[in-house]
Design a protein around this ligand. Structure first.
Ligand SMILES: NC(=O)c1ccc[n+]([C@@H]2O[C@H](COP(=O)([O-])OP(=O)(O)OC[C@H]3O[C@@H](n4cnc5c(N)ncnc54)[C@H](O)[C@@H]3O)[C@@H](O)[C@H]2O)c1
Length: 273
């Protein structure tokens, strides 16, 4: 893939190859990034990444095209302290809460792009939101987008402060959906279904409805109405779920608000560290 030509020439450094770093690396290698062009720095690298032709915990190339930071926000200080001067390298961070200003202090003058992906990236079905700093050119943004497209869709933000709400919605959102599956399965069990059957019904219903919501031309509200017969079973269920005071809307509003607030707090805590 031509997008990766300059990376294959100059190299990519991945700092942190856990769940998210590993998901991205899987996508990049599948899209034509050469293993020998990748330097992975991770003191606890999973065995699956050994013997894959990657440069593991090796010296950094002199002028890598891209540095991707995928350590936990709390480990970012240590990771940044170990980095050499990389002013000519595109720096991409996927860490929650860690602001562009933090990376600008570590890499003065460097192009920096902050990205928030999510875990369906592990199967190429993530969604990433991205925003660059003043030094990030359209070419840097396009290269970041090409890298993140390897693990799903990409949207661009207008302002960095939108990143906190993105983290609260799509970054954390897969966990909300997993819990929806758990809650639906438990509710089916409470109505007399065997546990395994209830879980299978809940899991595939959520997956199928999600796929339909992405593929269909109609809004989710229309898809919902299509399932709902007047005075039928779905209407009876939705009357509970959509209650303005006790239903899902106020609960989801509080859920996303709490996660967004935590993202803001993380930014403040890490900014002070
Ligand atoms: N998992 C998610 O849902 C998700 C979603 C969006 C963004 N993120 C962000 O991705 C980042 C990584 O999260 P994760 O879930 O992959 O965590 P993880 O714990 O699975 O992976 C982090 C990796 O970093 C390594 N590491 C720790 N200190 C290091 C250091 N100093 N140098 C190099 N490597 C080091 C660890 O050994 C580990 O393999 C976080 O900043 C998180 O905010 C995660």
């Amino acid at each position: 893939m031509s997008d990766f030509n300059q990376i294959n020439r100059r190299g990519l450094v991945l700092v942190g190859c856990g769940r998210m770093g590993g998901a991205m690396l899987t996508g990049w290698l599948a899209r034509g990034l050469e293993p020998g062009a990748v330097t992975v720095l991770d003191p606890r690298l999973a065995p699956e990444w050994q013997d894959r032709g990657l440069r593991v915990n090796a010296a950094l190339p002199e002028r890598p095209a891209v540095l991707v930071l995928a350590v936990k926000p709390q480990m970012m200080g240590d990771a940044l302290a170990a980095m050499p001067d990389l002013s000519d390298t595109l720096v991409i961070s996927v860490a929650a809460g860690t602001t562009i200003a933090t990376f600008e202090a570590a890499f003065p003058g460097a192009p920096i792009v902050r990205v928030m992906p999510n875990t369906p990236a592990a199967i190429g079905q993530g969604i990433s939101a991205m925003i660059g700093n003043g030094a990030a050119t359209p070419a840097h943004l396009d290269l970041t987008e090409a890298l993140m497209r390897a693990v799903g869709r990409v949207v661009r933000l207008d302002r960095e402060d939108q990143m906190d709400a993105v983290t609260g919605l799509s970054g954390s959102g897969p966990a909300y959906v997993f819990h929806l599956i758990e809650a639906m399965a438990a509710a089916g069990e409470a109505q007399g279904l065997p546990a395994a059957l209830a879980l299978e019904l809940a899991r595939v219903t959520v997956a199928g409805a999600g796929a339909l919501a992405v593929d269909a031309d109609e809004d989710p509200a229309v898809l919902r109405q299509n399932v709902t017969s007047p005075n039928g079973t779905t209407a009876a269920g939705l009357a509970v779920l959509m209650d303005a005071d006790t239903g899902l809307p106020p609960l989801m509003a509080r859920t996303v608000a709490a996660a967004t607030e935590r993202a803001k707090e993380l930014g403040r805590e890490l900014g002070r560290a």
